[in-house]
Ligand binder design. Structure first.
Ligand code: IMP
Ligand code: MG
Length: 172
């Protein structure tokens, strides 16, 4: 049985999501914001985030897979669900669960840029800095971690543990 070391408690998560939602609501006042959740990991974060925004938003999802079943990015990114909303000339905010090497997000931003949005920014629950390979600007970050494999609150290990309400460091 693996060990689960607590990283973010329910209360920490609630406060972080509320704080980032306030910033986003203020920065995007009077604009047409489209949130794009990156499946599958961001689905819980995104659903909490949108309910705390005080501005109108549209929501879409893109599916990307890069991990296979291990704990390090394969670098081979596949689209598993295409964008459905037209983002041309719109303000787009990509919502991620965690940015690790940065390979997925770099690839995804290129993909989204091909639809000619007005702006693209990034909001991530977790910024895991130790293995970053691609320089990236993360506009909204809830929490920075140095290393480790995290699960819960949407994040999985081989599709398990997404339903845990808090974030844990998984020690295999
Ligand atoms: P990257 O391409 O290495 O930045 O990895 C990005 C994706 O891999 C994230 O969107 C997650 O879905 C997944 N990932 C990276 N680190 C972790 C982790 O610690 N736990 C669970 N999933 C992770
Ligand atoms: Mg992800």
């Amino acid at each position: 049985m693996p060990d689960f070391i607590p990283v973010l408690k329910k209360d920490d998560i609630d406060k972080m999501v509320a704080a980032v939602a306030r910033r986003i609501s203020s920065d995007y006042q009077d604009r047409e914001l489209i949130l794009i959740g990156v499946l599958k990991g961001s689905f819980i974060f995104l659903s909490d985030l949108i309910r705390k925004l005080s501005i109108p938003v549209k929501v879409d999802f893109v599916g990307v897979s890069s991990y296979g079943s291990g704990t390090a990015s394969s670098g081979k990114i596949q689209i598993t669900k295409k964008l459905e909303i037209d983002i041309k000339k719109k303000d787009v905010l990509v919502v991620e669960d965690i940015v690790d090497s940065g390979l997925t997000l770099t690839w995804l931003i290129d993909y989204l840029m091909s639809f000619k949005p007005k702006t693209i920014k990034v909001c991530t629950l977790l910024d895991k800095i130790e293995r970053r390979e691609k320089k990236l600007i993360l506009d909204y970050v809830c929490h920075v971690v140095n290393e480790g494999f995290l699960v819960g609150y949407g994040l999985d290990y081989s599709e398990d543990y997404r339903n845990l309400p808090e974030v844990y460091h998984l020690k295999l």
